[in-house]
Design a protein around this ligand. Structure first.
Ligand code: HXC
Length: 258
């Protein structure tokens, strides 16, 4: 497996795991880290032996945001040309499900990264926030949009205008995250959830991810049309025949991914 400087990668069963690894700067997301993250996700996405991915940090920090050192002297043009935000766009092109396993600080670009994933599992110690207002800026990698869609306008306004942070319990009650576990085993539970999903019919999993994510971009009519086309297409897959025959034969299906 490739060696990276700012992340660690590992494969467990059918799960590709990326650990953000700049602990001294609280996993601040600099371009090099993001570019390594995107490179690793892209290669996991191409690898047929992998069915789902996990992005995590350490117990104290998922990520404390974009690296402020990289932005302090930037002009609007520098930021426009910076590969930083396009790196976040790349995550949207990953076909397999990605789960964020969050503990400790999950702030700014870190929270935007977690929200770019398909599910978020958190430890009891997680703190979610968009503190950009303290730096004289606003979120730039999807925070105003994804946070608002998840928690609703009033909470998003409080978080983005006034740096309100959310505990794990609050994040759960506002539908930002899927589940909370003790710090000792949030990662283990995230990896087993990823493994369960990774063992399901790969084409159906990817189709479901794509259509659900598209639903935020399109009208209900268009979304229903997309769902229907994708549903029909799956009937050309071997896995649809296998899944339905296995049910009728009262046996477990054996998925081929085609
Ligand atoms: C660069 C960072 C950093 C960041 C922490 N560090 N966050 N460096 N960019 N986002 C560094 C600190 O400078 C310090 O380095 C070390 O990590 C430890 O941080 P401390 O502040 O000493 O620790 P602590 O007192 O425990 O406070 C932790 C913290 C705080 C609450 C997470 O560090 C913090 O508020 N960080 C900034 C959070 C933030 O504003 N995020 C939004 C960034 S803007 P040294 O060398 O001194 O030990 C953003 C916009 C994205 O994300 C938009 C898309 C383009």
């Amino acid at each position: 497996m490739k060696e990276y400087k700012n992340i660690l990668t590992e494969i467990k069963g059918r799960v590709g795991i990326v650990t953000l690894n700049r602990p001294k700067s609280y996993n601040a997301l600099n371009y090099q880290l993001l570019s390594e993250l995107m490179d690793s996700l892209t290669s996991f996405d191409k690898d047929k032996s992998i069915g789902a991915m996990v992005i995590t940090g350490n117990e104290k920090t998922f990520a404390a945001g974009a690296d402020i050192i990289d932005m302090v002297d930037a002009s609007p043009d520098d930021m426009k040309k910076s590969p930083f935000i396009p790196a976040f766009d790349l995550i949207r092109r990953i076909k397999k499900p990605i789960i964020a396993a969050v503990s400790g600080y999950c702030l700014g670009g870190g929270c935007e990264l977690a929200m770019s994933c398909d599910l978020i599992i958190s430890s009891e110690s997680a703190v979610f926030g968009q503190p950009e207002i303290n730096l004289g800026i606003i979120p730039g990698a999807g925070g105003t949009q994804r946070l608002t869609r998840a928690v609703g306008k009033v909470i998003a306004m409080e978080m983005i205008l006034n740096n309100r942070t959310l505990s794990a319990e609050e994040a759960y009650s506002f539908n930002l995250i899927n589940k909370i576990y003790p710090v000792e085993d949030y990662l283990k539970h995230t990896i087993s959830l990823a493994q369960e999903i990774a063992e399901r019919a790969p084409l159906a999993v990817q189709a479901a991810k794509e259509i659900i994510n598209q639903s935020f971009d399109v009208s209900l009519t268009e979304g229903l049309q997309n769902e229907r086309e994708s549903f029909f297409n799956l009937f050309s897959s071997q896995d649809q025949k296998e899944g339905m025959n296995a049910f009728l034969d009262k046996r477990d299906p054996s998925w081929k991914g085609d």
